[in-house]
Design a protein around this ligand. Sequence first.
Ligand SMILES: *Cc1c(COP(=O)(O)O)cnc(C)c1O
Length: 227
Amino acid sequence: MNIKSSLKDIVKQIESQEKIYQRKTGSVMLLAVSKTRTVREIEAAIEAGQQQFGENYAQEGVEKIVAINNPALQWHFIGPIQSNKCRLIAEHYAWVHSVDRLKIAQRLSDARPTELPPLNICLQVNISKELSKSGVGIDAVADLAKQVQSLPQLQLRGLMAIPAAETDTRRQRQVFKQLHDVLDSLNQQGLQLDTLSMGMSNDYEAAIAEGATIVRIGSAIFGTRNQ
Ligand SMILES: *Cc1c(COP(=O)(O)O)cnc(C)c1O
């Protein structure tokens, strides 16, 4: 896998899909999901201009953040959050996409160093209603959003979802549209959310069509994962 050329291809794809789906130029951020990838692989992506990286495992991510030590980069935590990892996450990441309960949000806020800007937060919504997946239910998301919004060291930015794998583009779009509708309804209730984190290697075009502002792409940049 040539990381630099794959990355450049994805960037071009995103730019052309912004045009096709009448999205503003530059309105879709590419988050390179670097879980399980080595520092060397991440550095290849950095050399090709990538600055946003997503990690799923708190400790593994922090080791790379510290080793690479590049203040131009922004690191996003996108994996399941254990309470005992909140401090590590709050001290090293700029974004957390996977908050799905108040207790975790409170811990992240308490642990966020005050000399850093507020931690950007997305609430993970369980959009496909799969019992096995994490995420707050659609019914409970408004209450959680209002509580998270009031926490001092957090900046609630929007919603994230990991829908069930689906190959049919029309059905992919239906699910992403649902998440967009939830965001609109929260904004109608007075929240000011600007972020929809949705779309991965196999469905990012559908996500962009339905308003994604962050697409989280791993294997299409770095190759298939063993883990
Ligand atoms: C692994 C992962 C991705 C990237 O998946 P790919 O299919 O490799 O693009 C995106 N989001 C989350 C939450 C992930 O865990």
